[in-house]
Design a protein around this ligand. Structure first.
Ligand code: RFL
Ligand code: PHB
Length: 395
């Protein structure tokens, strides 16, 4: 079998949003990176995931030079609604946070913009790389190896960025004794539907209902994204479009239910809900970023935003390192984890508040109702919610 050698400064494993954004920020700073991705580019673009970007994520995409289409097509939201007890209550994020807002722009589009910019700058991404392996990151000369089209490749580098998501190889390459993980698995999933129908409301609706949680989101003025809490035993094939729309309608207030426009689904999938953190996030010359290091349940839309924040810290640490400040990388893990745990807490809290838990009982339901009532009637409680939803600062 033939062998191809590559040399780069930073080998990035994974071409999801974390890996692509890191590649873009490093390129802007004159640092070389080579990205290796297990899937094809089309496959990466077919995954429908997050939809809400915090201002700090928007700022990072601007800094990476890929914000133009986002500002043209993205929808700026200054509030969202909580639905419970048959009525909706608006959380005025903009008013409660001194003018902060979020941007509704799909992860698919963020990924597409980053891929387009990377191709335009002729920066290297190797798709469909098989058997990716990480070597020697406990020393000064780490390597990444993989196979493609019957050719063995080896990348010699200074650092490896593990941006390969929850199921990736990077975290799994760390010796068990060097890593500690924390996990909570929730006893339900989210069934999501994408449809070319106008959104039921111009802002997001998070609904707590006795039948289970529901969320009304969107991708554009003519494309909606809806979710309903479902059982972990459910299979997508068991959910017809009609069954989905009926269930969603039941979980909304009468006005929203009456104005919901339905149509054929163009994507339908079930995602499990999980909270997960791996500590630390750096092992010698290997740094984990994004879902490779942590998972949040999607209630509150923090997953993609946390990934972007990690990449902000990592790009800064690597730029410092190549600029001669070799101590900055030592702070990488602690800087990320402080923000990660705060987002974990918010996502866990919002998930717990909004979902139907099998073991909650009637007392648990009363507690949820009382907390929701407090949340929408107390300025202090609404402010805390809004402050977390728009996103905590990247220190
Ligand atoms: P990604 O997007 O998972 O990208 C990782 C990339 O690494 C590749 N890879 C490998 N490459 C090389 N070698 C290997 N051995 C590899 N193993 C994996 C993968 O093919 C992939 O291309 O992680 P990244 O970049 O850290 O980005 C994180 C975000 O994708 C994630 O936080 C969010 O999408 C989470 N998430 C959501 N977040 C939100 O904020 N709002 C949402 O509504 C929302 N919905 C979701 C989600 C995540 C989901 N997953 C992971 C199943 C819905 C789903 C279904
Ligand atoms: C989405 O639009 O996919 C979305 C929005 C908000 C969330 C989760 C998902 O909290």
């Amino acid at each position: 079998m033939s062998l191809t050698h590559h040399r780069t400064q930073v080998a990035i494993v994974g071409a999801g949003p974390s890996g692509l954004l890191l590649g873009a920020l490093l390129h802007r700073a004159g640092i070389d990176a080579l990205i290796v991705e297990r899937q094809s580019a089309d496959y990466v673009l077919s995954r429908i995931r997050a939809g809400v970007l915090e201002q700090t994520t928007v700022d990072l995409l601007d800094a990476a030079g890929v914000g133009e289409r986002m500002h043209r097509e993205g929808l700026v939201h200054g509030g969202f609604e909580l639905c419970f007890g048959g009525a909706r209550h608006r959380i005025d994020m903009h008013g409660l946070t001194g003018g902060k807002q979020v941007m509704v722009y799909g992860q698919t589009e963020v990924t597409r913009d980053l891929m387009t910019a990377r191709a335009a700058a002729a920066l290297p991404t190797i798709y469909e790389a098989a058997d990716v392996r990480l070597h020697d990151f406990d020393g000064e000369h780490p390597r990444v190896t993989f196979r493609r089209d019957g050719v063995e490749h080896t990348i010699a580098c200074d650092f490896i960025a593990g941006c390969d998501g929850y199921h990736g190889i990077s975290r799994a390459s760390v010796p068990a004794g060097a890593i500690r993980t924390y996990e909570k698995v929730y006893p339900f999933g989210w069934l999501g539907v994408l449809s070319d129908t106008p959104p039921v409301s111009h802002e997001l609706i998070y609904s707590n209902h006795e039948r289970g949680f529901a969320l009304c989101s969107m991708r554009s003025p003519v494309r909606s994204r809806y979710y309903v809490q479902c059982s972990l035993e459910d299979k997508v094939e068991q959910w017809s479009d009609d069954a989905f729309w009926d269930e969603l309608r039941r979980r909304l207030d009468p006005a929203a239910a009456a104005s919901l426009v339905t149509g054929p689904s163009i994507e339908k999938s079930i995602a499990p809900l999980r909270s997960f953190v791996a500590e630390p996030m750096r092992f010698g010359r290997l740094c984990l970023a994004g879902d490779a290091a942590h998972i949040v349940p999607p209630t509150g839309a923090k997953g993609l935003n946390l990934a972007a924040a990690d990449v902000a810290y990592l790009s800064r640490a690597l730029i410092d390192w190549y600029g001669g400040d070799r101590a900055s990388i030592d702070q990488y893990s602690a800087r990320c984890l402080r923000r990660v745990w705060r987002a974990e807490r918010f996502s866990w809290w919002f998930t717990t508040l909004m979902h139907k838990f099998p073991d909650n009982g009637e007392f648990g339901q009363k507690m949820q109702a009382a907390e929701l009532d407090y949340l929408v009637s107390s300025h202090a409680a609404s402010t805390a919610m809004a402050e977390n939803y728009v996103g905590l600062p990247i220190a």
